[in-house]
Design a protein around this ligand. Structure first.
Ligand code: KIV
Ligand code: NA
Length: 278
């Protein structure tokens, strides 16, 4: 069935300069269900390579991974717009390659839009996709898929203003090409201000200050379930600690035969004997 989302691509785009847009990543249906009432946009990020699959970077993430998790998130979401990252190597070669893979992602998941990394270099591809029915979210600043050329995940535009113009030009090229919003990753606040005021579509910051039109965080990071600790991650819960405590309590009760107690045990009707049928 066709679900008309409360949060459509044009409605998200129209929120430039308005109430901040709330985004989180999600990789599974139950998490999407929990986050949907609170988020305007759920991003199935290729960060799943690291946070779900234990890969060293996002570079090895595949179309099959993004489609399996994307479809799960779409099944769990109802009002939030679902956007799916295009994996490294599936869109950079040509606009035609990008279109073929983006269409596969939308058709096989039911999501509303894709996200891809890159500024001026990707503008032609973004124009090709948006002109042919594929909404695109841009991603500029720190580009995790380029870790092998950049050499790391250092924030940009923090030492001086060298390089600011290139990032502003990236934002303008991606917006002019038709992107409905742009993720801005790991840049200094004054650069985020310049980027946000340079374009007429919403900027979604991750480590890009409160100047952006919205914010996104990786869900496992903000729930305290990952060991990744970039400066920009605020931990809103300590679920990693809670999971460790629960597993330790279970292990102790299994070893002492406290679990499963009577309340968790199926008995034969009329059998009033004690544990183990003795
Ligand atoms: O992969 C991801 O999770 C992302 C966001 C954090 C922007 O690209
Ligand atoms: Na990503």
């Amino acid at each position: 069935s066709t679900v008309i989302k409360t949060n459509t691509v044009p409605r998200l785009r129209a929120r430039k300069g308005g109430e901040p847009i709330v985004c989180l990543t999600a990789y599974t249906a139950p998490m999407a269900q929990l986050l949907d009432p609170h988020a305007d946009l759920l991003l199935v990020g290729d960060s799943l390579g690291m946070v779900v699959y234990g890969l060293p970077s996002t570079v090895p993430v595949t179309m099959d991974m993004m489609i399996a998790h994307g479809a799960a998130v779409v099944r769990g979401a109802s009002k939030a717009l679902v956007v799916i990252d295009m994996p490294f190597g599936t869109y950079e070669e040509s606009p035609a390659q990008a279109y073929r893979n983006a269409v596969r992602i939308l058709q096989e998941t039911g999501a509303s839009a894709v996200k891809l990394e890159g500024g001026v270099v990707m503008a032609e591809t973004i124009r090709f996709l948006t002109a042919r029915g594929v909404p695109v979210m841009g991603h500029i600043g720190l580009l995790p898929q380029s870790v092998n050329t950049s050499g790391g995940y250092a924030a940009l535009g923090t030492k001086d203003t060298a390089g600011w113009d290139a990032i502003i030009a990236d934002a303008q090229a991606v917006a002019a090409a038709g992107a409905f919003s742009i993720v801005v990753e790991a840049v200094s606040e004054p650069l985020a201000v310049r980027v946000t005021e340079s374009i007429d579509v919403p900027t979604i910051g991750i480590g890009a200050s409160a100047a952006c039109d919205g914010q996104v965080l990786v869900i496992d990071d903000m729930l305290g379930m990952s060991n990744r600790t970039p400066k920009f991650v605020k931990r809103y819960a300590e679920l990693g600690v809670a999971i460790g405590e629960a597993a330790a309590a279970y292990a102790a009760e299994v070893r002492s035969r406290q679990f499963p107690s009577e309340a968790y045990t199926y008995r034969l009707k009329g059998d009033n004997r004690g544990p183990g049928g003795t």
